[in-house]
Design a protein around this ligand. Structure first.
Ligand SMILES: C[C@](O)(CO)[C@H](O)COP(=O)(O)OP(=O)(O)OC[C@H]1O[C@@H](n2ccc(N)nc2=O)[C@H](O)[C@@H]1O
Ligand SMILES: Nc1ncnc2c1ncn2[C@@H]1O[C@H](COP(=O)(O)OP(=O)(O)OP(=O)(O)O)[C@@H](O)[C@H]1O
Length: 282
C-alpha cells in the first residue's frame, strides 16, 4: 500500500490558541511521492524498517486504536521514500495508512468520517492524510474543504536535514502576510502559476530560512531552472517548484540533480488523485 506525501501551497497563520497550536489556512496538495507499507494480521505486533523510537507515528496510530478497541496485533513493513521531517507529512501519511489498514483488517466500527475527525488527536496533518485529496485546511489544519485543481509537474529539493514542526511554529512571525488561500486556489485552477508569487505566503518560511540559508538558495535555483512558482512546503525544509510542462520540470531536474543529492521529480495530484507514483531520485 502507498502512503502519499503532500505539499502546502501557502500557509497563513491566523492566530495562536491557548493549547499552543496555531490556527492556519493552507492548501494541501497530494504529491506522487509515496512510502510503501505492507501490513497484515499477525500473532503479535511488529514493525520492520526505519525506527523512529518513541516518536514513531505508525506505532502511535496503532496504539491509539488499541486504546479504544483492545489488542489488534499486526505486522508492519515499511520502505521510506519520503524524506523524514521534511514538511511533506511522510510520517503522518504512514500513520494515517496504519489507522485505515488496521481498521479494515479488524473491521473496526469506525466510518471514514469518524476516522478523519478522531485522528486529529494524533497530529494536525492526520485528517488531511486520511482524506488524501486536494483540500483547503482550516482551524489547526484539521478542518478540510475539498477543492479541484489540475495536476502540475513538480520538482522537490531537500537539503538533507530535518526541521522540527514544533520549532518552525515557535519561530513563526504572526502578521499580515500577502495573498490569500482563495486567490491561490483560483490561480491554480486557472493555470496562472506565475501569479502565485504575489499571492502565496508561508508564515513558517521566515523563521526557518533564518536558521537555514540553503532554503532561499534552493528556491532561487528552482526559479533559475525554469519553475513557474517555487516555495517552501509546510514547516520545511523541502522546497517545491511547480511547472506548466513535464519537459520544463525534467529540464530543471537535469540541472539541479547535479547540485542536490535529494532532488525528486513528482507531480501534484489532479482532480482524480491521479499520481503516477515515485519518480527517479537523484
Ligand atoms: C506544518 C504542517 O505540516 C502544515 O500542513 C502542519 O501544520 C503540521 O502538522 P503536524 O506535523 O501533524 O503537527 P503536530 O504533530 O500536530 O504538531 C507538532 C507541533 O507543531 C505545532 N503546531 C502544529 C500545527 C498547528 N496548526 N499549530 C502548531 O502550533 C505545535 O507546537 C505542535 O506541538
Ligand atoms: N514513519 C515515519 N516517517 C518519518 N518520520 C517519522 C515516522 N514516524 C515518526 N516520525 C518522526 O516524526 C517526525 C516528523 O515526520 P514527518 O516526516 O511527518 O515530518 P514533516 O514532513 O515535517 O511533517 P509535517 O509536514 O506533518 O509537519 C520525524 O522527524 C520523525 O522523528
Amino acid at each position: 500500500m502507498r502512503a502519499y506525501g503532500k505539499i502546502n501551497v501557502g500557509l497563513w497563520i491566523k492566530g495562536k490558541r491557548a493549547d499552543g497550536y496555531h490556527e492556519i489556512k493552507t492548501l494541501f496538495l497530494p504529491i506522487g511521492l509515496y512510502d510503501e507499507i505492507e501490513i497484515e494480521r499477525a500473532a503479535a505486533f511488529s514493525m520492520e524498517g526505519p525506527n523512529y523510537g518513541e516518536k514513531d507515528l505508525m506505532a502511535a496510530a496503532h496504539r491509539y486504536l488499541e486504546s479504544r478497541f483492545g489488542p489488534l496485533p499486526v505486522k508492519i513493513r515499511i520502505r521510506k521514500n519520503i524524506p523524514a521531517g521534511a514538511g511533506l507529512a511522510g510520517g503522518t501519511a504512514d500513520g494515517a495508512l496504519v489507522l485505515k489498514a488496521v481498521r479494515d483488517i479488524y473491521s473496526l466500527p469506525m466510518t471514514d468520517e469518524e476516522l478523519i475527525s478522531d485522528s486529529a488527536i494524533l497530529g494536525a496533518d492526520f485528517p488531511y492524510c486520511l482524506y488524501g485529496k486536494a483540500a483547503m485546511g482550516e482551524r489547526i489544519g484539521d478542518v478540510l474543504h475539498p477543492v479541484c485543481v489540475p495536476s502540475y509537474p513538480a520538482l522537490l529539493l531537500n537539503p538533507g536535514f530535518a526541521v522540527s514542526t514544533k520549532e518552525a511554529y515557535a519561530m513563526a512571525t504572526l502578521g499580515k502576510s500577502k495573498g490569500s488561500l482563495k486567490e491561490t486556489v483560483d490561480l491554480l485552477q486557472k493555470g496562472r502559476l506565475e501569479g502565485l508569487r504575489d499571492t502565496v505566503a508561508n508564515d513558517l518560511y521566515d523563521g526557518v530560512r533564518l536558521m537555514h540559508s540553503e532554503i532561499d538558495e534552493m528556491i532561487a535555483d528552482l526559479y533559475e531552472s525554469g519553475a513557474a512558482f517555487a516555495h517552501m512546503s509546510g514547516s520545511g525544509p523541502t522546497v517545491y517548484g511547480l511547472f506548466k510542462k513535464i519537459e520544463e520540470r525534467d529540464a530543471a531536474y537535469a540541472i539541479l540533480r547535479k547540485k542536490y543529492r535529494i532532488a525528486i521529480k513528482t507531480e501534484t495530484a489532479g482532480e482524480e488523485h491521479g499520481t503516477t507514483g515515485n519518480s527517479h531520485q537523484g
